[in-house]
Design a protein around this ligand. Structure first.
Ligand code: ZN
Length: 165
């Protein structure tokens, strides 16, 4: 049964012992919210959550400035685009400020990317990329997920891309 579900990621051991796939998408790690201005939105979210912004970080590769809040196990990531014609700016132009993506934690992002690719989802990058807050990330095409941009993430723990399985 499980072998049918995820043949490439299940592990068959010698002696016929079968270990089911171990790395499904886990909890919601964070929710990304597109904003016009971090300066304007950080105090609003600090007031809303009654919790300080614990990190601001520029992610050059994604051309965004980010700000993070921790709420229990889940984080909120505010995103401001660095370019007037970048992905965040064009998202806000089309849909206004608001929920931009939902990110799921995984302990093996490559295995999840394989599983999802085989299940017919399109990935927006072939390889995991360095994201904010010490993560490897990969996004799924929102047309395959009812219009919601889904992000997979995995703690980098100082690992290089070649260290990922
Ligand atoms: Zn994110």
């Amino acid at each position: 049964m499980c072998q049918e579900r995820c043949p490439s990621t299940d592990v068959s051991m010698p002696d016929g012992i079968f270990i089911p796939y171990l790395y499904p998408m886990q909890k919601v790690e964070h929710i990304g919210i597109a904003v016009r201005s971090l300066e304007a939105s950080i105090p609003v979210y600090e007031k809303l959550l009654d919790s300080p912004c614990y990190k601001r970080e520029r992610v050059e590769g994604e051309r965004v400035d980010t700000a993070f809040f921790r709420q229990g196990e889940t984080k909120i990531e505010l995103l401001e685009g660095l370019d007037p014609d970048g992905v965040i700016a064009s998202f806000i132009e089309k849909r206004g400020e608001g929920m931009h993506h939902i990110a799921f934690d995984t302990s093996d992002i490559r295995a999840e990317m394989r599983r999802l690719r085989e299940a017919g989802f399109r990935l927006l990058s072939e390889e995991p990329r360095p994201g904010a807050d010490g993560k490897w990330v990969c996004f799924l095409h929102p047309k395959d997920t009812a219009g919601v941009l889904v992000e997979l993430c995995q703690d980098r723990n100082g690992q290089d891309i070649s260290d990922l399985t």
